[in-house]
Design a protein around this ligand. Structure first.
Ligand code: ATP
Length: 371
């Protein structure tokens, strides 16, 4: 499933030249975005980057100042929220406290004046979908946070929207429950074959749930790609930093040839070689970015110490169960992080605080970023 790689595929949701201003403030800045049918799409970014505004314009709660949004080829301008085939599920659940689960799920269907039999059938279908059949007669206060979240999901799906919009849907759940619920959400989305758009500031949530992620900053999209691409091939320092852990070193381009970039890392006593075409010219300042798990940590000096090798001292160790994260202070004062699985940690002599260590990495392990 990768319609975004098919140049002929038609986008299902299409934002074109969308700008949203609140007074003088530009919340969304001339943005283009295509989302495909059946996609689970995440809008990810820090607070205030405009992700909720982008979603609210799709739902019809805000109008764009400029630009056009189409859904399945139809221009949404002037169409009120209740006549759009979108539905929004809110973080705060907004369940009616005096209604039981059945009544909560049936609420929107009654408002739409669906026949009684149809309402009953849909409520049953939804209860089954979210595995809450035994809870049909409970009130929200008699249920756990995770169960309430499932009622909210059932209620927003009962009207059979083509696109479900989820605004930080799991924000109120604890970590363990959030992880479980994430997988339920992807199962349900897949089973129903719907398009889901989620807004979140939680990179882990976006990575677990989404087919593709748009990373946003100040009303603009920095990168749109699959979770793996975003993690492995971030296009900017901003994206690299926002997703997971990464080490970023200042460097200058020393030499380039097809498929190889050689960088000089100021004051670090090593050259850096990366098996990639260089995105900049000789003499330019760039960033070398490398994930902590791509660093090898050793007490022994490597055979080659002047390329892709740094020496430092263990400054801190975080034990995370499956892996440990080591903070290594380099001679110039910079701190580099390296992770090692705790399986390898017990085989060798354990590396401990204040050990002098070597960090090495292979030529295919890092990235050269220009901004
Ligand atoms: P959060 O995760 O905090 O909700 P967000 O990325 O979803 O952040 P938005 O809610 O889209 O951000 O808001 C983007 C910017 O637009 C913010 O600076 C916000 O203050 C501003 N904004 C949003 N709605 C309005 C409004 N109705 N009037 C004025 N400014 C607004």
């Amino acid at each position: 499933f990768a319609p975004w790689n098919d140049p002929g595929a038609k986008p299902y949701i299409h934002y074109r030249g969308i700008t949203k201003r609140f007074g003088d403030f530009v919340a969304v800045d001339n943005l283009d975005l295509k989302i495909y049918e059946r996609e689970f799409f995440a809008l990810l970014g820090p607070s205030g980057c405009g992700k909720t505004t982008l979603m609210r314009m799709l739902a019809g709660f805000e109008d764009p100042t400029e630009g056009q949004i189409t859904l399945d080829g139809q221009d949404l301008a002037g169409i009120p929220p209740y006549r759009r085939s979108t539905n929004m599920m809110f973080q705060s659940y907004a369940l009616f406290p005096h209604m039981d689960v059945t009544q909560n799920i049936a609420f929107g269907l009654k408002q739409d004046k669906l026949p009684k039999g149809e309402i009953e059938a849909r409520v049953q279908e939804m209860l089954k979908l979210v595995k809450l059949e035994p809870f049909a007669k409970r009130k929200p206060h008699q249920m756990s946070g995770g169960q309430r979240q499932r009622v909210a999901l059932a209620r927003s799906l009962a009207k059979r929207p083509k696109v479900l919009l989820l605004d930080e849907p799991l924000g109120a759940l604890d970590k363990k429950l959030r992880e479980e619920t994430q997988f339920e959400l992807t199962d349900i989305q897949y089973e129903l074959g719907l398009t889901f758009v989620i807004v979140t500031h939680d990179q882990e949530e976006a990575m677990t749930l989404a087919d593709r992620i748009a990373v946003m900053d100040k009303g603009r999209i920095k990168q749109v790609a699959t979770p793996a691409e975003i993690y492995e091939e971030p296009n900017t320092r901003y994206v690299a930093d926002f997703i997971g852990n990464i080490n970023i070193l200042n460097a200058g381009v020393e030499r380039t040839e097809p498929g190889l970039t050689r960088l000089a890392a100021q004051g670090l006593g090593t050259a850096i070689e990366v098996e990639r075409d260089c995105p900049a010219a000789v003499g330019d300042s760039v960033f070398f970015a490398i994930r902590p798990e791509k660093m090898r940590l050793s007490l022994d000096a490597p055979p080659v110490t002047d390329v892709n090798a740094l020496q430092g001292e263990i400054w801190d160790i975080g034990y995370l169960g499956d892996v440990s994260i080591y903070h290594v202070k380099l001679d110039n004062g910079a701190v580099v992080k390296a992770t090692m699985t705790n399986v390898s940690r017990v085989v060798e002599r354990p590396i401990t605080w204040h050990d002098k260590v070597w960090l090495t990495w292979s030529r295919d392990a890092g990235l050269v970023l220009t901004s």
